[in-house]
Ligand binder design. Structure first.
Ligand SMILES: [Zn+2]
Length: 416
């Protein structure tokens, strides 16, 4: 399949927030061991940056351990509220050169959450923090929290002041409640494309999206960011995060690698293993139909699909399982035809007898097995697939114990 090019080709990168926003997900506790393993996966994938809290001793110890590994990527960066105390915590962590600073930008956040009386008070608070970080040599990411509910005349004025103090500041567009839209024609403050344009026009050099998934648009919005000139998207693995979570790192990664030109720098081969790790060790449930890493992504059951995949996997697989470290599975179930049963019988017989066999398409025993299986479903009691163990029993019943078996060598030409 021909790959496409991004219309706004720039230096496109990924930053990770699994260890920060992801760790804030209700019901998820990331231990030091988890965090260091996650850092390892991010390193293997080639993710450029990660962010972490430094508020308590546990946070600090993990940050120290991550920094001590000496990896070039992901760069370990900090996260601070807009006050000198938080920024000092980042400064105290030798080796961190960049920090995000929370700059909540909507009226709800400024007035209700922070309890300020005027927008100017917020501006002053944020710029003081920025100046302090700048004076101490930190690069700053300005996290414009809740920007999809903000007044854009204020956003523009504020951004101009940010750039006056620190022209290299990165601006993070935080769609905190997932209200953003991926369409250029939608109005501000919803349109992510328009928002990126505004930032480019103001002269922001590095723009990053941080999209939440409350309306299921986090991926579309992150891509809309890249499409229109954002350089970064901030993601979490499996989309873990507050409420409905964030844009999934694995989805954006697959899109960049498989659909676009020029992203050989990333390696997706550990994605399935990473998801299995998160499910096993962190207890994050991975739905079986989860894009990219779900158990069903390369599983085929229905008659038409399995017959197609057996002939050529490309018929019903948009990308090869090996790309993400997955495995193709043929599953026998209520929608299966005889072709998948034939294929399964070949595989199982080979395992049991140690020789390659070819089973004819119209072998009457295949028809019998097919009928037996359908009886199970017709009885309305069965609501799961036929396991490999069950298939093995059918093979034993009809093939192994049946003296008349069509077994040929692998290079035999017994096919119809
Ligand atoms: Zn967030």
């Amino acid at each position: 399949m021909p790959k496409i090019r991004l219309p706004n080709e720039g230096d496109i990168k990924i930053s990770d927030s699994t260890l920060r926003d992801g760790a804030q997900m209700t019901g998820v506790v990331l231990t030091r061991k988890h965090k260091l393993r996650i850092q390892e996966y991010l390193h293997e994938i080639g993710i450029e940056k990660l962010e972490c809290f430094l508020f308590n001793e546990r946070d600090k110890k993990v940050a120290r351990d991550m920094l001590d590994k000496g990896y070039k990527h992901p760069e370990v960066t900090g996260w601070a509220r807009a006050n000198t105390g938080d920024i000092d915590l980042v400064l105290d962590m030798d080796g961190i050169k960049e920090t995000g600073i929370l700059m909540s930008i909507s009226e709800t956040h400024i007035f209700d959450k922070l309890g300020l009386k005027k927008r100017e008070e917020a501006t002053e608070k944020y710029l003081n923090a920025l100046q302090y970080a700048q004076d101490h040599g930190l690069k700053v990411r300005c996290h414009m929290e809740d920007i999809t509910r903000a007044d854009f005349s204020f956003v523009k004025d504020f951004t101009r002041e940010v750039l006056e103090i620190a022209p290299d500041s990165m601006i993070r567009l935080c769609d905190t409640l997932g209200l953003g839209l991926p369409f250029a024609e939608s109005p501000l403050p919803y349109s992510i494309p328009k928002m990126v344009e505004v930032m480019k026009d103001l002269g922001v050099k590095e723009i990053e999206t941080h999209m939440h998934d409350d309306f299921g648009l986090a991926i579309a919005n992150s891509l809309a960011g890249y499409w229109n000139g954002a350089n970064w998207s901030n993601l979490t693995f499996l989309g873990i995060g507050e409420r409905a979570g964030n844009a999934e790192l694995e989805k954006i990664l697959l899109f960049l690698i498989w659909k676009l030109e020029g992203f050989e720098k990333y390696n997706a081969e550990k994605l399935v293993e990473f998801a299995e790790y998160m499910e096993r060790e962190v207890r994050v449930h991975v739905p079986r139909n989860k894009a990219v890493v779900g158990r069903n992504i390369f599983a085929h059951e229905s008659g038409i699909h399995t017959a197609g995949v057996i002939k050529n996997p490309f018929t019903y697989e948009p990308f090869p399982p090996e790309l993400v470290g997955g495995k193709r599975r043929l599953v026998v179930g209520d929608t299966s035809g005889t072709e998948v049963i034939r294929k399964k019988v070949e595989e199982i017989t080979e395992t049991l007898m140690g020789v390659k066999v070819k089973v004819k398409k119209r072998d009457p025993r295949i028809i019998k097995i097919h009928k037996e299986i359908h009886k199970l479903y017709d009885a309305e009691g069965r609501c799961s697939s036929i396991s490999d163990d069950e298939m093995k029993k059918y093979v034993e019943k009809y093939y192994i114990f049946d003296p008349v078996t069509d077994v040929v060598k692998a290079n035999g030409n017994n096919e119809e």
